[in-house]
Design a protein around this ligand. Structure first.
Ligand code: SAM
Length: 250
């Protein structure tokens, strides 16, 4: 799914590192599952949670056989925007998958009826591309247990591998007052409880170890229309033993 902060493109750089530390009985836990663009590349027991109830309703509806509509009109889009509780899976579909840049109700995507310019010799149909994208993900996320809750309230099986992709500090794409200090403390606590913990972020407190850096183009920025920006995505862990291994210290 095209999603703000999607890890689809960097998964190939960071997933192999994390999977080295997963044993077969470990549950893969993503408390910030978003567009499921990392968890769809993982196998075995998986829990994907998110604070966004529309998103979790959407994934569960897909798992239960629902398919998104072929076409959502501009009128339908704005009617859904005005009445988000009527059909929560459709709210997610319109709010993300039929919106510019996957930005929450960032404006109805000009579709084939509106946009007559040819792209690669054909008329673009962005909604079809969104639909094809999530339908391609479906077989890979069928067994994921999707849960609607805040990360602090998530019940995590003992000795899990927890991959966190939280709202990034300093980006204005998420204006939900996310408390980063509490989040980093929660990561320390989970590591102390015996889980393996990894975090994607641009920066972390000094006691976290950066074990991988990947340069990316991102549209998250200062909220202005500044186009793509180069950013250094980093993978952190609070676990010194993993950091030592990744740095080749033993
Ligand atoms: C950067 S996105 C995750 C993107 C995802 N990894 C992907 O590749 O598509 C961050 C997610 O955190 C969720 N979120 C924000 N605050 C949260 C909280 N307190 N608890 C759980 N999820 C939260 C947002 O709804 C959003 O889906």
């Amino acid at each position: 799914m095209k999603y703000m902060g999607s890890k689809n493109r960097i998964a190939k750089h960071i997933l192999p590192i994390m999977l080295k530390y997963r044993t077969p009985e470990m549950t893969w836990v993503e408390p910030f599952v978003g567009g499921a663009n990392m968890i769809d590349k993982v196998e075995g027991n998986r829990i994907g949670a998110d604070f966004n109830k529309y998103l979790i309703d959407f994934w569960n509806a897909l798992k239960n056989g629902w398919t998104p509509p072929i076409h959502t009109t501009k009128e339908e889009y704005y009617a859904i925007k005005e009445n988000k509780e009527n059909d929560t899976k459709m709210t997610l579909w319109a709010g993300i998958c039929c919106s510019y840049g996957g930005k929450w109700f960032g404006g109805w995507i000009n579709d084939y009826k509106e946009n007559r310019r040819l792209q690669n010799g054909r008329l673009p149909n962005h909604q079809t591309e969104s639909r094809n994208g999530v339908m391609k993900q479906l077989p890979k996320i069928k067994d994921v247990d999707f849960v609607h809750c805040s990360y602090q309230d998530l019940e995590i099986p003992p000795s899990s591998l927890i991959y966190c992709d939280p709202p990034y500090e300093g980006t204005t794409a998420y204006k939900d007052g996310f408390n980063h200090t509490d989040f980093w403390q929660w990561c320390r606590d989970k590591a102390s409880e015996g889980h393996i913990v990894f975090v994607s972020e641009y920066n972390a407190p000094k006691d976290f170890f950066c074990i991988k850096t990947v340069q990316t183009n991102t549209q998250l920025g200062n909220g202005c229309n500044t186009g793509n920006q180069h950013k250094l995505e980093k993978l952190f862990t609070p676990m010194a033993a993993i950091a030592d291994k990744e740095r080749g210290l033993f």
